[in-house]
Write a protein that binds this ligand. Structure first.
Ligand code: AMP
Ligand code: ZN
Length: 112
């Protein structure tokens, strides 16, 4: 997608603090962190939101990729949250599907 922020980060056209990457996925630190660990995990291929996703293997692998980041960040044992905001009502602002990995502090329920 020409005008997609996360496609540009995946292409290296916009800088980001990368924490893990594979041929299919990239994880980088959120520019406005909401927890001590706040990493965004994305597929390199553009999918606008979970509503447009059709590749179950891709989405499942994205979740396991984010899980691996949680282990590397040292939050896996203490606990972490994966969030995929989908569309405006849920607060999605960047329309390239991404999982927020949040950890390093207690998480409240229900989320806001
Ligand atoms: P969402 O609101 O679920 O679409 O999440 C988008 C996230 O992208 C927000 O948490 C933003 O802080 C984050 N974000 C926006 N621009 C950048 C950027 N250039 N680098 C890293 N994270 C960003
Ligand atoms: Zn994109």
């Amino acid at each position: 997608m020409n005008d997609c922020l996360f496609c540009k980060i995946a292409a290296g056209e916009i800088p980001a603090t990368k924490v893990r990457e594979t041929d299919r996925f990239l994880a980088f630190r959120d520019i406005d962190p909401q927890a001590p660990t706040h990493v965004l995990a994305i597929p390199r291929d553009h999918v606008a939101s979970l509503n447009e996703a059709s590749d179950a293997e891709l989405i499942g692998s994205l979740v396991l990729f984010a899980r691996d980041v949680a282990k590397e960040e040292g939050v896996a044992d203490g606990g972490y949250r994966l969030v995929i905001n989908t569309n405006a009502g849920a607060g999605q602002t960047v329309f390239h599907v991404h999982a927020h990995l949040l950890g390093g502090r207690p998480m409240r329920w229900p989320p806001g």
